[in-house]
Write a new protein. Sequence first.
Length: 156
Amino acid sequence: MRLILIFITALLISSCTQQKENDLQAEGEKLMQLSREWSELVKTGDLDLILEGWADNAVMMAPNMPPLIGKNAIKAYVEEGLKIPGYSIRWEPLEVHVSDCGDMAYMIERNEIIVNDSLGSPVLSYNKTVTVWRKQTDGSWKNVIDMWNADPTGKF
């Protein structure tokens, strides 16, 4: 009898662990899709929709700038970026890592930014990116840390 109880307990623990791994994998896939959709959304230029991706207390760490803390600071940065002639940005998540609790995650991503130079010619830059995400009480994910810098390999 004792052996049967040990076996059942081991089986239950194993199935819970497997279920948790499946849940975390599904959350990761959901998050990567969310990032792809957010990248597409930026093309609309709709500032309010773009800002929905960040949490109110998010921190953005753009290259060669002090950290932008909070959604208002990020809004000002994004708003100015959208005014730059020829400006566009797109990104692609490469991998995601969801915490064991399922409420935090980070992604390794890459992005491509285009702006026009003083002669109106497009200048392309490639960047490597780390984003940190927090699951909200309603089940949605919001970006809480957004950080990137130049990728000398020049790949997207």
